[in-house]
Design a protein around this ligand. Structure first.
Ligand code: SF4
Ligand code: SF4
Length: 312
C-alpha cells in the first residue's frame, strides 16, 4: 500500500482509474463515483478489465496506431510485442509502468490507465459538486475494481468525505476481511453490495473465488443496521435461471434487515476494452439483456417480500 497510514490522513495515496461526475446509478441523488484499481475477483463478464490489477495498465488503440515503432524501440523492459496484424501487445508481467511508451507515442495510440492520487486531491475534486449533492441527496461513491482492495486509501477517502460533510456510499463485492469492514463502517452511509451468486460452486466458476467470506460479511453487515442494497448483475446463461434467483431471494429475505435488490442486466460495454488490453473476451456472443427480459426474475424476488429495481 502506498502512502502514509496516519489516521485521517488525506495525503494517503492510492491508484484510481476513473472519476465519474454527475453519476445517477451509484446510490441516491447526483454523485461523484471514484473508481479504485485492483480486484481480487475475476468475473467472467467484468466490464472494467482495466481495473483488475492495482498497478496501471497500458491500453492500445489500434485505430490510432501509425506503426512508427517508437514504443517497441523505447520500452526498457521489452514488454511490447508486435502481432502479425501490427496489434501491439503489452505483457503486464514485464511492464514496470515507466510510461515511456505512452510519452513516445505521438499518435495517442497508447494510454496509461491508473494514476496515483492522494485522498486530498480526489476529495477536493469531489467537493466541487457539493451543491448538486445538497440538492439531490447525493455524495461520493467508491467503486472499482474492488475499492476494498485498497483498504487504507478507501478509509481515508471515506473519512475525509464525511469530515467535509459529503455523503458516502461504497459499491463492493464484499470480499475483504471483517477487520477492514469494521474500520470503514463509521464512515459509510450506504453499501451497494454485489452478490453475483449464492451457490458456492457456481460463484467460484464465475468469479474465481469462494463466496464464503462475501456471504458471511453480508450477514454481519445486516446486523449492524447500516443501509445495504444488494445488487445482482444478471448474466444470461450464467446466473439468470430461476433457481439462482430463488436462492438469492431466500438468502436476502433471511437477512431480515435488507429489503432492496437491484437487478443489473448484462451489457457488452466492456467488450472493446478486452481488445485494447490484448485480452480474450470470454463472454463471446452472449446476448445483452433488455430490461423487460428481467421482469420475470424481478417477480420471483418480489414474491420474497423484497423491493426490486431494474438497473439500480
Ligand atoms: S508508438 Fe504508438 S503509433 Fe507508434 S507503433 Fe507504438 S502504438 Fe503505434
Ligand atoms: S510502460 Fe514502460 S515498461 Fe511498460 S510497456 Fe511502456 S515502456 Fe514498456
Amino acid at each position: 500500500m502506498v502512502g502514509n497510514n496516519k489516521d485521517g490522513d488525506e495525503n494517503h495515496a492510492g491508484w484510481v482509474f476513473n472519476i465519474q461526475r454527475y453519476a445517477v446509478h451509484d446510490g441516491p441523488g447526483i454523485r461523484t463515483t471514484v473508481f479504485l484499481k485492483g480486484c481480487p475477483l475475476q468475473c467472467l463478464w467484468c466490464c472494467n478489465p482495466e481495473s483488475q490489477h492495482i498497478e496501471p495498465v497500458i491500453v492500445f488503440w489500434q485505430d490510432r496506431c501509425i506503426d512508427c515503432g517508437n514504443c517497441l524501440a523505447v520500452c526498457p523492459s521489452s514488454a511490447i510485442s508486435d502481432d502479425i496484424d501490427h496489434h501491439k501487445r503489452i505483457d503486464t508481467r514485464q511492464c514496470d509502468h515507466c510510461g515511456l511508451c505512452v510519452d513516445q507515442c505521438y499518435a495517442g495510440a497508447l494510454e496509461q490507465v491508473g494514476k496515483l492520487r492522494t485522498a486530498r486531491d480526489i476529495l477536493d475534486g469531489v467537493e466541487e459538486d457539493r451543491s448538486f449533492y445538497a440538492e439531490s441527496g447525493g455524495g461520493m461513491t467508491l467503486s472499482g475494481g474492488e475499492p476494498l482492495a485498497q483498504p487504507g486509501f478507501a478509509y481515508h477517502l471515506l473519512k475525509g468525505a464525511q469530515a467535509r460533510g459529503i455523503g458516502t456510499a461504497l459499491e463492493t463485492s464484499g470480499f475483504a476481511s471483517w477487520q477492514v469492514w469494521k474500520k470503514l463502517l463509521p464512515y459509510l452511509d450506504l453499501i451497494l453490495y454485489d452478490l453475483k451468486e449464492v451457490d458456492p460452486v457456481q460463484h467460484r466458476h464465475f468469479t474465481g473465488v469462494s463466496n464464503k467470506l462475501i456471504l458471511e460479511n453480508l450477514k454481519l453487515l445486516a446486523q449492524t443496521g447500516k443501509p445495504v442494497i444488494v445488487r445482482r448483475p444478471v448474466i444470461p446463461g450464467y446466473n439468470d435461471n430461476p433457481q439462482s434467483i430463488h436462492a438469492l431471494g431466500r438468502f436476502v429475505q433471511e437477512l431480515g434487515t435488507v429489503s432492496e435488490i437491484d437487478l443489473l442486466p448484462y451489457h457488452r460495454m466492456g467488450q472493446n476494452k478486452y481488445k485494447q488490453l490484448g485480452q480474450e473476451y470470454v463472454m463471446g456472443d452472449a446476448p445483452t439483456m433488455k430490461d423487460d427480459e428481467v421482469t420475470g426474475l424481478r417477480d420471483i424476488l418480489v414474491s420474497y417480500g423484497l423491493t426490486v429495481k431494474i438497473g439500480g
